[in-house]
Design a protein around this ligand. Structure first.
Ligand code: MG
Length: 377
C-alpha cells in the first residue's frame, strides 16, 4: 500500500480495542476487524435479509450481503484514491448493516414502533450492539472486541440520549465532531451502492421502466450517451452500462470534491478531520442530481403498491411476533429467555432483529398457523 495520508486512521493513532489483545500476526488490526466481521453469524445472516425486495422474490435481487460487498468495493476504491485506510473502510462497510431487521426499512420501522416505550429500535445502534455485545464467539469477551474506529464508523447516527449512554463511541455526537474519513467514505459508498442497485433491481422487477428513469438527469445523460454510441445494444446491456457509468461518475465526483474540501479546510491530521465539517461529500451539483434520483426511487419504487403490500405484511409479521413474545417470554428460544429476565423488550427486539426474512415468516407461521405445520419446519 502507498504511504497513507497524514489524516488517515492508522494503527498508531488508533484508540485501540476495549479489551487489549496481543498484536495480530501477519495482518493488521483493521484487517483483523474485517476478518472477525466476516466470520460472525450476523454477517452470514445478511444473505437472507433484504433491502427492498424480500429474499424469496427472486434470485437476482440484492440482499444485505451483496449490498454490503458492493458498499465495501466502492468504499475501498475511494479510500485508496484518497490514500486513506482501505482496511478500515472495508471493515466498516461490511459491518454497517449487521443490525438490520428482516424486511428492510419496513421491518425496522415496525420494530421501532413496537419498542417505542422501551427505548426504541435503531439499526445503527443495533449494528454496534451486534459487534459489541450480541456475538458470542470468544472465551474472554462478548461481541467481537473491534477497534474504536471501526465501532465509531458503524454508529452513523445517534440521538444525544443514546450517545450519552454509549460512552466512547457516543462522544462525538455530544461534541458535534465528525468520525474518521474512512467512516465518512463508508457512509457515502452506502448511498452510491443502494441508489444504483435499486435502479438495477427496480428495472429487473419491472416495477420501474427505463422510460420513466429517463426523467432523472443523472440517468438520462448516461443513457443518451450509451444509446448514441451503441445504437443496436440490447436493453440489458444498456442498463448495466448506464449503471456502471453512474457509479463511476459519482465515485469520481466524490473523490474530486473531497480533495477540494481537504485543501479548503487545510486538513493535516485525524484530529482536524474530527473538528472540521463533513469532508467526504459530493459536489453541490452532483448532490442535487443524486437527490433527484433518490426522490424518483422513493416515489416510483419504494412506494410502489406491490412493494407497499410486502412492507405491510412485514410490519404485521414483526409486530405480531413482538406482541406474542412480550406476552409470554417462555415462547422465546432459551438463550433469549435468559436475557428476557433482565429486559424482556430488548431481548425480544434482539431476537427479532437477528431473524432473516424467511426465518421471520416461518417463525410467525410456527406460532400463529392453525393448520398443521410440519415439525421439521
Ligand atoms: Mg446499507
Amino acid at each position: 500500500m502507498d504511504k497513507l495520508a497524514e489524516f488517515a486512521v492508522t494503527e498508531k493513532n488508533s484508540r485501540g480495542r476495549r479489551l487489549a489483545e496481543p498484536a495480530p500476526q501477519g495482518r493488521g488490526e483493521f484487517q483483523r476487524d474485517r476478518d472477525r466481521i466476516i466470520h460472525s453469524g450476523a454477517f452470514r445472516r445478511l444473505e437472507y435479509k433484504t433491502q427492498v425486495f424480500v429474499n424469496h422474490e427472486g434470485d437476482l435481487f440484492r440482499t444485505r450481503l451483496t449490498h454490503s460487498i458492493e458498499v465495501s468495493q466502492i468504499a475501498r476504491s475511494i479510500a485508496r484514491r484518497l490514500r486513506l485506510n482501505e482496511d478500515l473502510a472495508e471493515a466498516i462497510s461490511l459491518a454497517h448493516d449487521l443490525g438490520h431487521t428482516p424486511f428492510g426499512h419496513a421491518g425496522q420501522d415496525a420494530l421501532n414502533a413496537c419498542m417505542k416505550s422501551f427505548g426504541g429500535f435503531e439499526h445503527n445502534l443495533q449494528s454496534l450492539r451486534v459487534v459489541d455485545v450480541l456475538e458470542e464467539r470468544y472465551a474472554r469477551f462478548d461481541g467481537l472486541n473491534l477497534c474504536f474506529e471501526t465501532r465509531e464508523g458503524i454508529l452513523k447516527h445517534c440521538s444525544a440520549e443514546n450517545a450519552a449512554a454509549l460512552g466512547d463511541v457516543g462522544e462525538r455526537f455530544l461534541r458535534n465532531q465528525r468520525p474518521s474519513l474512512e467512516a465518512q467514505i463508508a457512509n457515502v459508498a452506502d448511498e452510491i451502492a443502494y441508489n444504483n442497485h435499486d435502479v438495477d433491481d427496480g428495472l429487473r422487477s419491472g416495477l420501474i421502466t427505463l422510460d420513466q428513469l429517463s426523467e432523472v438527469p443523472l440517468v438520462a445523460v448516461h443513457l443518451q450517451q450509451i444509446r448514441g454510441q451503441y445504437p443496436a445494444l440490447s436493453e440489458r446491456r444498456i442498463v448495466h452500462e448506464t449503471i456502471r457509468h453512474m457509479i463511476n461518475t459519482l465515485v469520481g465526483d466524490v473523490i474530486r470534491s473531497s480533495e477540494d474540501n481537504i485543501r479548503k479546510h487545510r486538513i493535516t491530521s485525524l484530529a482536524e478531520v474530527r473538528a472540521a465539517p463533513p469532508i467526504l461529500a459530493f459536489s453541490e451539483e452532483m448532490f442535487g442530481q443524486q437527490r433527484a434520483l433518490k426522490n424518483f426511487l422513493r416515489t416510483h419504487l419504494y412506494r410502489h403498491y406491490k412493494v407497499m403490500r410486502m412492507s405491510s405484511k412485514a410490519q404485521r409479521i414483526i409486530s405480531e411476533l413482538f406482541a406474542v413474545f412480550m406476552e409470554d417470554s417462555r415462547l422465546l428460544p432459551p438463550q433469549f429467555q435468559a436475557h428476557a429476565d433482565a429486559d424482556r423488550a430488548r431481548a425480544v427486539a434482539d431476537y427479532i432483529a437477528g431473524m432473516t426474512d424467511r426465518y421471520a415468516i416461518r417463525e410467525h407461521r410456527r406460532i400463529f398457523a392453525v393448520e398443521e405445520v410440519p415439525l421439521s419446519f
